[in-house]
Design a protein around this ligand. Sequence first.
Ligand code: HEC
Length: 102
Amino acid sequence: MSTKISLISLIVTLMLFVDGAWAGGDVERGAELAADCSDCHGEDGKGDEEVPAIAGMDAAKLAKLLADFKSGAVESDMVDFVGAISEQDMADIAAYYASLPH
Ligand code: HEC
């Protein structure tokens, strides 16, 4: 529980320092990492019939979903793809997809 709360406060902090004062949630780094996601979720993150769209999703919500997949709190096929990524990676990927249009 406290891990989730600290992750959420991390994201909130990130949003407050969106000018780049804090290195977290790097959109450009997220774009590179997202190459692994675009096979299924599409280059534009809009998904298809089988894969949900993640473009334009709130960064905090996306990062929390990834953390929940990784921890197993939410059962998903996604566990195989998020198992190896760090919290920093999640924040960066979340920042990237949040920056895309819906
Ligand atoms: C092999 C295909 C595949 C890859 C690669 C993949 N995903 Fe997914 N993703 C899915 C499918 C299918 C679902 C929906 C079913 C589920 O949740 O198990 C999903 C669900 C999600 C969801 C939940 C969306 C929602 O609205 O509930 C998020 C967030 C997500 N993926 C992010 C990512 C990110 C970020 C990456 C890269 C690190 C990634 N995915 C890589 C197939 C993939």
